[in-house]
Design a protein around this ligand. Structure first.
Ligand SMILES: [Zn+2]
Length: 359
């Protein structure tokens, strides 16, 4: 058994890096405990003037287990930053582990089996209906042997891209199902709303990065702007990043070759755009590719079954966890070096542009 990442240790490293910059930390305690009985929280660190009108926001752990890449990138960014040299009116806001339960329990989803990147919809309106999901719900619950047989048959007949389009689009009906988006705002939804009020709503310009792994080509971090439709800030993004930036528009029937699901609803990026209508905000996503989509689906599905019917603390459970962690945060040193290098480039270009931006 190799090393499994540890929430408390990761959080301590993050807080130590923030302290070296005399950053201000706000802790949002989570009501549940972690995999090893530890207290859980989302933490927000502000480096620089909290009232600054230009902010660079970096979010980690929207998908819990991906938060170890995200947190490491936040720590590396702090370690890179020369102390006490922030330009006036520009600050850095680091949102550490939006899904702390998932980070600790080594899951992509949260404590309610909710995928946070399907969750950020407008719950005052009827949830999107994924009509295709109901026929394939049997791949993800019930009798395991029957579900495995169904999956093999579905993959043979419909093919992986068809399964991906339907299953990964998100669904709001089956709480025990796959890529479930929830039926009401959960803890992370309320917490993100509080964070917006506490740290972001006053700003006039925000450049944000939501850090992910697990989709796209091995070791290659993609830079994406994900939204339901074009927004004026996308022109700023293209000017800044040129061909490095892919604009991904989501909605029913849409497709994408990036490996990131275009049919999905409830992305954090889209929520930020809607929640801060007066702000010049460019929400970007960094998505670091690991294994092919079908293999990632296998690993995430194993973890889904483990929490439905198995014992995550058993030896078999830990082996599934190890596969999942390796899927989202490969130990391969070249992979880690490449994604760290590219993530740093993305941050530096954005940070420098944010300083130049006049309001
Ligand atoms: Zn993700």
């Amino acid at each position: 058994m190799t090393f499994l990442p540890d929430f408390s240790r990761q959080r301590a490293r993050f807080l130590a890096a923030v302290a070296r910059h005399h950053g201000a930390v706000t802790t949002y305690p989570h009501p549940l405990i972690g995999r090893q009985g530890e207290a859980l929280s989302t933490d927000v660190a502000v480096i620089g003037d909290p009232a600054a009108s230009k902010l660079m926001l970096v979010i980690s752990g929207t998908h819990g287990v991906e938060g170890y890449y995200g947190s490491d990138s936040q720590i590396a960014w702090l370690d890179d930053l020369p102390p006490d040299t922030l330009p006036t009116d520009t600050a850095i806001v680091l949102l550490h582990l939006l899904n702390p339960w998932g980070a600790s329990h080594l899951r992509r989803v949260n404590e309610e089996n909710i995928d946070l990147n399907r969750h950020f919809i407008d719950f005052s309106r009827p949830a999107p209906l994924n009509t295709g999901y109901a026929q394939w719900h049997g791949l993800y619950q019930g009798n395991r042997a029957e579900a495995d047989r169904l999956l093999a048959e579905t993959l043979r007949q419909a093919g992986w891209p068809a399964v991906k389009r339907v299953a990964e689009a998100g669904q709001y009906q089956a709480a025990d199902g796959f890529f479930y988006g929830g039926q009401q705002p959960g803890w992370s939804y309320h917490t993100l709303q509080r964070i917006l009020r506490d740290h972001l709503a006053h700003a006039s310009t925000i450049l944000s990065f939501d850090l992910h792994t697990g989709a796209g080509a091995w070791g290659h971090p993609m830079l994406l702007a994900i939204a339901e439709q074009p927004v004026p800030a996308h022109a700023w993004g293209k000017k800044l990043y040129g061909e490095w930036l892919t604009l991904l528009y989501t909605g029913a029937g849409r497709d994408s070759e990036t490996g990131v699901t275009a049919t999905a609803t409830g992305y954090v990026s889209q929520f930020l755009l809607k929640a801060l209508p007066q702000t010049h905000i460019l929400p970007l996503v960094v998505e670091c590719g690991t294994w092919p989509g079908e293999e990632m689906h296998r690993r995430v599905r194993e973890d889904h079954w483990l929490h439905l019917q198995g014992d995550p603390a058993s030896e078999a459970g830990l082996a599934i966890k190890q596969q999942l962690v390796e899927g989202f945060w490969p130990t391969d040193p070249d992979w880690r070096e490449l994604v760290a290098f590219r993530t740093r480039q993305i941050f530096i270009r954005g940070w420098q542009a944010l300083q130049r931006e006049t309001i």
